[in-house]
Design a protein around this ligand. Sequence first.
Ligand SMILES: NC(=O)c1ccc[n+]([C@@H]2O[C@H](COP(=O)([O-])OP(=O)(O)OC[C@H]3O[C@@H](n4cnc5c(N)ncnc54)[C@H](O)[C@@H]3O)[C@@H](O)[C@H]2O)c1
Length: 433
Amino acid sequence: MKLSVFGCGYLGAVHAAAMASLGHDVVGIDPVADKIAMLSAGRTPFFEPGLPEILTASLATGRLRFSTDPAEAADADVHFIGVGTPQRRDGAGADLTYVDQAVADLLPHLKPGALVVGKSTVPVGTAARLAEPIARAGGRLAWNPEFLREGYAVKDTIEPDRLVYGVADASREQDAAILDEVYASAIAARTPRIATDYATAELVKVAANSFLATKISFINAMAEIAEVVGADVTQLADALGHDSRIGRRFLNAGVGFGGGCLPKDIRAFAARAEELGRGESVAFLKQVDEINLRRRQRMVDLVVDSLGGRPHGRRVAVLGLAFKPYSDDVRDSPALDIAVRLHGLGAVVVSHDPEAIPNSRLLHPQLAYATSAEDALEGAEVVVLVTEWNAYRELDPVETAARVARPVILDGRNVLDPVAWRAAGWNYTGMGR
Ligand SMILES: NC(=O)c1ccc[n+]([C@@H]2O[C@H](COP(=O)([O-])OP(=O)(O)OC[C@H]3O[C@@H](n4cnc5c(N)ncnc54)[C@H](O)[C@@H]3O)[C@@H](O)[C@H]2O)c1
């Protein structure tokens, strides 16, 4: 099929390359010329495992190209909208400027009968609003929320765990059939597929992220209690997780969630519910957000305490900057936030991350970045592990002890073995253990 993808960021670039790898003819559109030049040359503008391979392979077939010019999308029968929906600068709601602009850019080039497919995460009601101008231009709109996880985005796009289509009543069968054709390989693999209305499709995405955020904040709330009573939240989570109704996943206490989705999505959902007069229904999301942000401050407090209350001029090694491993994304990253707060207290913060240093440096040039974890550790008085990259999980406590000035480690992701680290002479502190 002939497809276009508007927005070539974490979602769109992967979607474009993945759809081309499935045999579709795809053009990716993005106004950022540097990004388009890189992608066209087979280079990825961000770190995503597996993307370089499908990008270069698809470019070589001639089925994938990129452009800054929306007119290049004119030929496509299906247009995906995967542009950003960040938090508004002046409030908690979603900023829909980019979605509106992408639709406005596309409409003059729309073929009669073309299907526009929203993938961005939007406040409920957005699709109904956009359907009208698209219909006037001779097209139709569907909403097909994206559930990919950064770090696994290629696999999640090619083999999603479910497909959700929000389609208009009048063209339900026809539009679902078009999307089935786009996702033919996933459909053949019997991927669960739910065809529904716009509002449900929009809600599925924010409800899923709200649920995951709530699960993380729930266990972090338990960590706060565990810290007071001397319980171990990791064992608590293991014991809870054996209950199949609860499950162990997303019950890892630590410095909390971040990234370009969960934090802004729960805030946007709460703001939208307020507008709908149902603010009380999701009022708990405010607490979910607050619990989450408290964990960052808790880590900062632990560092300061470990330095006897005097962080000024003291060397702190921060391991991790990305909001999670296998990503270079530092949007609303707890790790980067903690490094910045410690720097603000006068500590000499030396950070390391296998992939996220360039993005961190753009936002916070004032921080010191080490080219290796070993360099970051050298002479540190406290080591803070805040992104659970394998390289940090696998650090050898004996070798690491030889590098630092004082063997004090704060495990912000509860991924190290306290017994092994204490046996090597470390003062080990986890979160809620
Ligand atoms: N990143 C994820 O893991 C993920 C997962 C699921 C859903 N989402 C949702 O997908 C959307 C995109 O997220 P992202 O992480 O890819 O953001 P991003 O910031 O990485 O990418 C957005 C891209 O859109 C481009 N853009 C802006 N205006 C445009 C226009 N008029 N035409 C074409 N392109 C335009 C930007 O230049 C940028 O490259 C958001 O709504 C997000 O919530 C993201």
